[in-house]
Design a protein. Structure first.
Length: 119
């Protein structure tokens, strides 16, 4: 018969913390409460939930997450590289000048991954 000390040695206690917003934690806990209502299977843990989604995430899911994290700072660099690939090298000062006076409006509207608000 195993003693309590032997049982604790066999358990995996290699856990760490994960930083999430309070709302995210509340949403996950609500979701886990909902899926753990049934008593005909084992309890689904936060760890099992995250592991499942990591194993089953698609390339499309990843691209959607990445697109959701794009800012104009990211997009400015990408658009400048794209412009240079199509039209040739341009200095940073010239790029900003063209941007500010509106010469790039059509190019940005056609090539930006971010939605541009209409005036």
């Amino acid at each position: 018969m195993k003693t309590a000390n032997e049982n604790s040695k066999t358990k995996n206690n290699d856990y760490t913390s994960i930083r999430v917003k309070g709302d995210t934690k509340n949403n996950v806990n609500k979701f886990l409460d909902k899926i753990n209502k049934t008593e005909d299977c084992g309890k689904i843990t936060f760890d099992a939930l995250v592991s499942y989604f990591l194993e089953n995430v698609t390339q499309e899911d990843i691209e959607n997450l990445q697109k959701g994290a794009i800012t104009w700072a990211h997009e400015d660099k990408r658009l400048k590289r794209l412009w240079e690939k199509k039209k040739g090298k341009v200095s940073e000062n010239k790029w900003k000048e063209m941007l500010y006076i509106g010469q790039l409006a059509e190019f940005i509207a056609e090539n930006s991954r971010l939605r541009i608000a209409s005036n």
